[in-house]
Ligand binder design. Structure first.
Ligand code: BES
Ligand code: MN
Ligand code: ZN
Length: 499
């Protein structure tokens, strides 16, 4: 579906449906709603008086115009109380509209205003961005391997702005939101793809194609190149797989920023995690196709950063490996030496994410980064602690932590700080190597972060454990349908815009 922006009066727009709003508890109608009400001979006033539609958040009512307006339908959406209205609610309301209209066979085109921004005093540009995001995020379709495919019938959404002075802000916000939402879709698709389709080389190929399209510099290291560099901890995880590991590097360097210290984003890209020789139980193993959610978020965010042409040097890396059991697979009790000579003893081959990140964190030191943020579906334990509401945040630098929390609040992709006290290091001390890759039960999220910290190289660093966030079996609000959520893209774009 395309989104276009026009200046005019929504009541006069020809489309299959026009979308207007009402705030809960308001005794008068907003100017636009009032003009539509008048054209409909008071139908909206009567609807509200009947008690059937009160303007509650996430409610809506459909009216037919019977030739009184150019559009045959009016959808009135409830926005909740004006004083509680936020950008997140703009996104949610726009998503509900798109989701609802997508289900109506007779609706191919609709027109909407940026709902409620004026009355609630929201920034027009930001509210427009949230409108485009919500609209597109709601109608995401995962790849379908079916002979008969479901199609979304919506073809066009026209955003109508009455005020010629704010038109450019609306258009800019819509364009920004559209770019971000399309990249969230990229990430969702990568996470959704089955592991036989999206093995490491396939993931690298998609990243490379995307990079070419948007003008990112891309480099992909294969196993020979990684062996040369001594990335033996990462390579050990790949040993049991017939699929070659790939290390993807995407660079966004706007003209004039060549000498700038980059922000580095690093993603865990386990295209399938069987657990290796420390094999996972079978029943839920299929979920481990989403164990590359960190890499997918980094790739989607890099695409968005390039398309938005952010004036900042940003480098994204993704360690793409398949974790399989096999006669060649690495074992519990193996001791591995990584790129910088740091060593680790393997306790569980299922704690593989921290292993591929260990060499990633060593590799990125060469960029002299201003900060490194890694994203990884690292532990089941983070979901025990935080549910599916906030990802876990660990940082060795208060300013970076604050920047991430700010980006989290603004993007609506929520984080929460978790501890990294030195005591957590005790559980991963190894008799034979510097650290072991699993500390046993208790404090498993924090000890996994301490493991990663051991492999950092003195730069400002943060680790986001997103294992609980990349996938949802149920819809998490209309803008996040069930399945792959695309978590991290909006957060990282916001971070890269702010630091
Ligand atoms: N990919 C998993 C973590 C995971 C679990 C992600 C559930 C999403 C849902 C990771 O590689 C893993 O297996 N972690 C182990 C670590 C343990 C062996 C120290 C875990 O959390 O059980
Ligand atoms: Mn694992
Ligand atoms: Zn894993």
């Amino acid at each position: 579906m395309e989104i276009q922006v026009v200046q005019g009066n929504i009541a006069e727009i020809e489309s299959d449906c026009i979308v207007i709003n009402h705030f809960e508890g308001m005794t008068t109608l907003s100017a636009i709603t009032a003009s539509v009400d008048e054209a409909l001979g008071g139908a909206i006033s009567r609807l509200i008086a009947s008690g059937d539609f009160m303007g509650k958040a996430e409610s809506s009512a459909l009216l037919y115009t019977d030739g009184k307006l150019p559009a045959p339908r009016v959808l009135i959406v409830g926005l909740g109380k004006a004083q509680e209205y936020t950008l997140h609610k703009v996104r949610r309301a726009s998503a509900l509209v798109a989701k609802k209209l997508a289900k109506m066979d007779g609706v191919k085109t609709y027109a909407t205003i940026v709902q409620g921004a004026g009355i609630a005093g929201l920034d027009v540009r930001q509210a427009s961005q949230a409108t485009a995001e919500g609209t597109l995020l709601a109608i995401y379709q995962p790849p379908q391997y079916k002979r008969v495919q479901k199609q979304i019938g919506l073809e066009r959404c026209t955003v109508v702005e009455a005020n010629p002075q704010t038109l450019t802000d609306v258009a800019a916000g819509i364009e920004q939101g559209e770019k971000i939402a399309r990249e969230v879709h990229t990430t969702r698709t990568l996470v959704s793809e089955p592991p036989n389709v999206l093995y490491p080389v396939a993931l690298a190929t998609r990243a490379r194609q995307m990079a070419e399209e948007v003008g990112l510099k891309s480099t992909v290291l294969g196993e020979a190149a990684m062996r040369e560099l001594g990335m033996n901890i990462l390579l050990a995880v790949s040993q049991g797989s017939a699929n070659e590991a790939q290390f993807i590097i995407l660079e966004h360097t706007p003209p004039g920023h060549e000498e700038e210290q980059p922000l580095v984003l690093a993603g865990k890209g386990i295209t399938f995690d069987t657990g290796g020789i420390s094999l996972k139980p079978g029943a839920e193993m299929w979920r481990m196709k989403n164990d590359m959610g960190g890499a997918a978020a980094v790739i989607g965010a890099m695409e968005a950063i390039a398309r938005l042409n952010l004036p900042r040097r940003v480098i994204g890396v993704a360690a793409c490996v398949e974790n399989m059991p096999d006669g060649l697979a690495f074992r519990p009790a193996d001791i591995l030496t990584g790129m910088t000579g740091k060593t680790t003893e393997i306790i569980s081959t299922d704690a593989e994410g921290r292993l591929v990140l260990a060499d990633s964190l060593a590799y990125v030191a060469r960029f002299n980064p201003s900060a490194v943020v890694d994203l990884a579906t690292l532990t089941g334990a983070v979901g025990v602690a935080l549910g599916k509401v906030r990802a876990g945040l660990f940082a060795n630098n208060p300013a970076l932590q604050e920047a991430l929390m700010g980006a989290s609040e603004r993007s609506g992709e929520k984080l929460w700080p978790l501890p990294m006290d030195d005591e957590y290091m005790e559980s991963i001390k190894s008799d034979m190597a510097e650290v072991k890759n699993s500390g046993g039960s208790g404090g498993g999220v924090s000890s996994s972060a301490k493991f990663l910290e051991h492999f950092t190289e003195g730069y400002a660093w943060a680790h986001l454990d997103i294992a609980n966030m990349v996938w949802s079996d149920v819809e998490k609000g209309a803008e996040t349908p069930k399945g792959a959520t695309g978590f991290g893209v909006r957060l990282l774009v916001e971070l890269a815009s702010a630091i």
